[in-house]
Design a protein around this ligand. Structure first.
Ligand code: ADP
Ligand code: MG
Length: 316
């Protein structure tokens, strides 16, 4: 199979044709049209075998996750996804692998009405780089630098599930937990939530490296600090039933890959927040409050002797 046959077979067939794609796959570059009064939002992420997913991961899940983690970044800006490009480095052209990878990738492309508009295909160790492009109304993007003193801090969903899955990797316990496998292999980007937060929140981040690290980015960028109540950290029943409280809190604070959103809301906007997130049935939890003093401080329940060290994933 040549490079061109490969692209033709797995990445161009029966794809949705968006009106804003003037020229898609097949030329030296794509031609795209950004709607009036919208900013173009662009983000890219690479997934490496053995770093971002275990080598044995199913190709469907690799394709799904490659797009999911990128969409999570768009969600954190409040953007509506539109287009994607895919740079694929493969050790060999394995048709079965490519078919499954493509199925996983296009699951999310189609769900969000996106179009794959270009890419690159090369031979080498497995690596997947996706770029996603989307829109946000001018001046409405959610930014890390926009947290303000007295803003309430919220997170969506539950935290620490992907972290527990990673800890249990290879164990029979993990193989039996459909919930943990799902959370680890097929993270659901909070695209609708990000869009709903536009105009309610000004500041968000997606949790890829762990809450402490990612909230830390918000706090530094905004020149503020915060306290977080460990008892408020949202935990799934799997975490609650299998770990002690301090173990679960530590995972919720320090483990990455959950791809939930952390965002801040000024107290005056809280009724509106309830309305917009209620409408899309997005679970969210108040975990703490922004304050003037720099740094992140954990608050423990009375009589609790836990003292959790804060860290986050670092590539270097
Ligand atoms: P060039 O040599 O001009 O860079 P390529 O041969 O790399 O062009 O690509 C030909 C066309 O196929 C381009 O439109 C490119 O965007 C697209 N393409 C290449 N690889 C992929 C891929 N993995 N997924 C989607 N489109 C791809
Ligand atoms: Mg070219």
């Amino acid at each position: 199979m040549t490079e061109f046959e490969l692209i033709e077979s797995f990445f161009t067939k029966d794809r949705s044709q968006r009106k804003d794609v003037l020229l898609g796959i097949g030329d030296d570059a794509a031609l795209l049209k950004v709607p009036a009064k919208q900013s173009l939002v662009v983000s890219t992420d690479t997934l490496l075998s053995g770093v971002h997913f275990p080598e044995k991961t199913a190709p469907f899940d690799i394709g799904f996750k490659a797009l999911a983690v990128n969409l999570s970044d768009l969600a954190a800006m409040g953007a509506t996804p539109a287009w994607a490009t895919l740079a694929l480095t493969l050790p060999r052209a394995n048709e079965k692998w490519l078919k499954e990878f493509s199925r996983g990738f296009f699951t999310l492309i189609n769900r969000y009405g996106m179009q794959l508009v270009g890419g690159d295909t090369t031979r080498g160790s497995l690596a997947i780089t996706v770029q996603v492009l989307g829109f946000v109304p001018v001046n409405k993007a959610l930014q890390r630098k926009q947290a303000r003193v007295e803003d309430k801090i919220y997170v969506t969903g539950t935290l620490g599930d992907a972290g527990l899955a990673l800890k249990l990797l290879g164990s029979s316990k993990l193989k039996k937990s459909a919930y943990l496998l799902q959370r680890f292999n097929r993270p659901e980007p909070r695209v609708e939530t990000g869009q709903a937060l536009c105009g309610v929140s000004r500041c968000a981040i997606d949790i890829s490296d762990g809450l402490a690290a990612d909230l830390g980015h918000i706090l530094r960028a905004s020149g503020v600090g915060a306290h977080v109540f460990v008892e408020n950290l949202p935990l799934s029943s799997v975490l609650k039933n299998n770990l002690t409280k301090p173990e679960a809190w530590s995972l919720a604070l320090n483990s990455g890959d959950d791809y939930e959103l952390c965002f801040t809301v000024s107290p005056s906007q809280e009724p509106k927040l309830k309305k917009v997130l209620g409408k899309i049935k997005c679970p969210y939890t108040w975990i703490g409050t922004v304050e003037k003093k720099p740094g992140l401080r954990l608050k423990y329940p009375q009589g609790c002797a836990a003292n959790i060290a804060l860290k986050g994933y670092r590539h270097f």
